[in-house]
Design a protein around this ligand. Structure first.
Ligand code: CMX
Length: 463
């Protein structure tokens, strides 16, 4: 990990004008930084292949095959690693580490999406100048092409916001630089630069796309702000959603979008982007596919489900919120055969540090502490683990990030919880698209695992 102050010290000379923002002459751009780190990683991969191709890192059990490949060590993913007990680390850094060293937006405290993206892509902590420079670059590319606004505006309001987001992202591939260059016939070592260009372009346009969907579905009477060249990605997103004046919500969105940006490679959305991208589909259609994986209730849709479920609990219990009442409601949910949304995880076996970080955010604001919905979420998180342990099915009875991600949005007036997964979709682009750049830079192959029928599997076991 690179110390922020030493990076700051390096950036001394002034100044280059680029897209209207000032850049320190010695400050490397994101692409230049990547250009520096890629050769070492390519070398590392070459060595791994040459010296350790036959090394065994685990075994494949029938339970792995029947159990959705849980626990199978079978993917390369550079930006983050998830430890079952400790949770996520981004290039070795925990969430509190990142909160300490990743630059915030001017005037803000929470790390920006840009600084997290920089870390994910390069493994380095950007200077504030680098992070702001990236904000300006993204803001420059942030407006949607006319045909995409027309497409989104033509969709029925009743179409789920995630379906709209996936369609909009796929349509952006009309202008894919990677696809155009591939058709022209470029060499493999050039793939990553066009992929990077597409990825940054897509990340830049997500706020305008996601905010347009929000406006169309929930507030058609409102006009939409255009992209403000002086704001960071999430500042712009909040502004376009109509919450630009609410600095607390904007700060919460910054934290949420940065810490939700990557969760290693095997989760359904990240894995989908990687799988589709491995066919050399461009970043737009690869990430569009990922969004449709994210739209499932066992994955990203859980944050919408949590709010729906907690509101139903609140309605049923009324004002008399007691330990016993919450416990009874949890059992009612489980006895009706439903899962408790926001609890459990495919990998984690402890409370999710993303849940902890978002709860910490709530503790710093008195108005959040006094919020009935946030109090209910907190009380539920104290009671649910014991109920789930007694129920005895889930391997992880603790809250995941989705248990709390929506309640702050709700408190501050972003109450349309069918929209919450779209915010997750804006966030997850940071990690999934980072991996697409690395997949191209490392020349990773088409993904193609072997499958078996049950008969074939039984034959294999017999032999
Ligand atoms: N409530 C009730 N039962 C649960 C449960 C929960 N929160 N979590 C797991 N279980 C059940 C499973 O349904 C499974 O039951 P069956 O044996 O009848 O199929 C059993 O416990 C074992 O499951 P597991 O190995 O602990 O968990 P999985 O890896 O299969 O699934 C997950 C993980 C997240 C899908 C699951 O815990 C779940 O459905 N949670 C609720 C939805 C949710 O919060 N999803 C968000 C996850 C975070 C994200 O991806 O964004």
């Amino acid at each position: 990990m690179i110390c922020r102050s030493s990076l700051l010290a390096k950036s001394v000379a002034r100044s280059i004008s680029n897209n209207g923002f000032r850049r320190l002459a010695s400050t490397k751009s994101l692409k230049e930084t990547l250009q520096e780190v890629i050769p070492a990683k390519q070398e590392q991969l070459k060595k791994l292949k040459a010296e350790h191709s036959q090394a065994v890192v685990g075994e494949v059990k029938v339970e792995n095959i029947l159990g959705g490949m849980r626990g199978l060590k079978a993917m390369l993913w550079e930006a983050s690693v998830l430890d079952p007990n400790e949770g996520i680390r981004f290039h070795g850094m925990t969430i509190p580490d990142c909160q300490q060293v990743l630059p915030p937006a001017p005037g803000g405290k929470e790390m920006t999406a840009e600084s997290m993206l920089w870390l994910l892509l390069t493994g380095k902590v950007p200077t504030p100048d680098q992070s702001h420079q990236l904000s300006a670059e993204l803001a420059e590319k942030g407006e949607l092409p006319h045909f995409v606004t027309q497409l989104i505006d033509s969709l029925p309001k009743t179409l789920h916001p995630m379906t709209q987001l996936g369609m909009g992202v796929a349509a952006l591939n009309h202008d894919s630089k990677f696809q155009a260059a591939y058709e022209r016939g470029i060499k493999k070592p050039e793939y990553w630069t066009y992929t990077l260009e597409d990825c940054l372009n897509l990340i830049a346009k997500l706020p305008a796309l996601a905010a347009r969907i929000y406006r169309n579905v929930y507030h058609p009477e409102r006009s939409l702000e255009s992209v403000d060249k002086n704001l960071d990605l999430v500042g712009n997103y909040s502004n376009m959603l109509g919450f630009g004046q609410n600095e607390h919500l904007t700060e919460y969105l910054r934290l949420y979008i940065a810490l939700h940006g990557d969760h290693e490679g095997g989760n359904a959305s990240a894995h989908t982007a990687h799988l589709v991208g491995s066919t050399l589909s461009d970043p737009y259609i690869s990430y569009s596919a990922a969004l449709f994986a994210l739209a499932g209730p066992l994955h990203g849709l859980a944050n919408q489900e949590v709010l729906r479920w907690q509101m139903a609990m609140q309605k049923e219990i009324g004002d008399n919120i007691t330990h016993e009442n919450i416990k009874d409601y949890l059992w009612k949910t489980l006895r009706s055969g439903q899962v408790v949304p926001g609890y459990g995880h495919g990998v984690l076996r402890n409370p999710d540090p993303r849940f902890v970080a978002l709860q910490e955010f709530c503790k710093t604001r008195p108005e959040l502490q006094a919020s009935p919905i946030i109090q209910l979420v907190q009380q539920t998180a104290e009671i649910a683990p014991d109920v789930l342990k007694e129920h005895g099915k889930t391997k992880n009875p603790y809250p995941n990030v989705d248990a709390t991600s929506g309640c702050v949005l709700y408190h501050y007036g972003l109450t349309e919880f069918k929209y919450y997964t779209v915010i997750f979709g804006v966030s997850r682009a940071l990690g999934a698209l980072t991996q697409l750049v690395w997949a191209r830079a490392l020349g990773l192959p088409l993904e193609r695992p072997k499958s078996y029928s049950m008969d074939a599997l039984q034959k294999l076991i017999k032999n």
